[in-house]
Design a protein around this ligand. Sequence first.
Ligand SMILES: Cc1cc2nc3c(=O)[nH]c(=O)nc-3n(C[C@H](O)[C@H](O)[C@H](O)COP(=O)(O)OP(=O)(O)OC[C@H]3O[C@@H](n4cnc5c(N)ncnc54)[C@H](O)[C@@H]3O)c2cc1C
Ligand code: SF4
Length: 329
Amino acid sequence: MKPFSYQKVMGITEAVSDLKEKNQSYIIAGGTNLLDLMKVHVMQPQHLIDINGLKLHDISERDGGGLHLGALASNAQTAYHPLVEGRYPLLSQAILAGASAQLRNKATNGGNLLQRTRCSYFYDNSTSCNKREPESGCAALHGYNRDHAILGHSEHCIATHPSDMAVALAALEARVVATGPDGARSIPMADFHRLPSNNPQVDSNLEAEELITGIQLPPEGFAEHYAYLKVRDRASYSFALVSVAVGLRMEGNTILKARVALGGVAHKPWRVPGAEELLEGKEADRENFKVLSEAYLTGSEAFKHNKFKIKLAKQTLVRALMQASNLKL
Ligand SMILES: Cc1cc2nc3c(=O)[nH]c(=O)nc-3n(C[C@H](O)[C@H](O)[C@H](O)COP(=O)(O)OP(=O)(O)OC[C@H]3O[C@@H](n4cnc5c(N)ncnc54)[C@H](O)[C@@H]3O)c2cc1C
Ligand code: SF4
């Protein structure tokens, strides 16, 4: 590991001014991703800003309904919080589908959203990777790309975003609260992560001088009809090949509102704005769900080893919708 300076900050203003003034400075929260990347020299901060002393651990009700999740609340505290379990079980289920109990105790909500891709070439300094080293090439394009993206990729990067939590937050239409030199702003989850385009080294639309302070959940949590379905190689401790988050508002067997997001398929949680309207006012049944799955995978393009993902994503989407609407599989 390269030498770096370290400072524990006790105020948000101090954290922001450190981000602004100190070269190559990174925030450390739980450290479960950042430290791994530092050990293999993929991330090489000159300065670490430890934010664990900030008061960003609360989970509380918001005026007008909805919930606030502090950026430093751990993934375990969030998933098992009675307000989350009761009103946003989709989020609990997604968080608990990720990592392991030990990791979830340490991992924070802010860190979870900003964890880096699990593309194996990104972790391997002996290969070319535009995300790790801009303009060096992308070893995954013609390498082993079984885990890679089928939607929204570019010739510069075909990596996926690994977070389970982010997929549920996208379906729930949450907002990320960020604070920077100009104050606080909230970013819709759909716009928080970005597609790789020609600068895949940038994962999100968070500015370099901003930190995440919290996440806002809207009042509607789809607690009656929801599903988070994660398909992976092992039953635990494994990232998604494909995952689907679904929330439905229903009256009898009729769908009034549907919200869907896919994970494991793109550089960000994948939503197709407007497509869910195909289900609104329709009966919950397999045929209608298939129509939505085709709409969601429109434009998908696979590589040598991940062709299976297109069919898998469609089938997982249909299955998640069946589960959420309590239909027999
Ligand atoms: C073996 C293993 C298996 C895993 N499996 C899964 C899985 O199946 N699903 C899943 O979703 N995740 C999985 N994870 C990832 C895990 O969830 C993340 O490592 C964790 O959520 C990161 O949170 P952290 O607080 O430790 O972040 P850190 O490691 O501290 O930080 C991660 C990044 O976020 C930045 N950061 C952190 N907090 C803030 C903030 N408030 N504002 C601005 N920047 C910030 C840091 O600078 C860093 O770049 C796994 C991890 C491991 C090691
Ligand atoms: S897919 Fe992205 S992260 Fe993976 S090697 Fe290519 S540029 Fe790097």
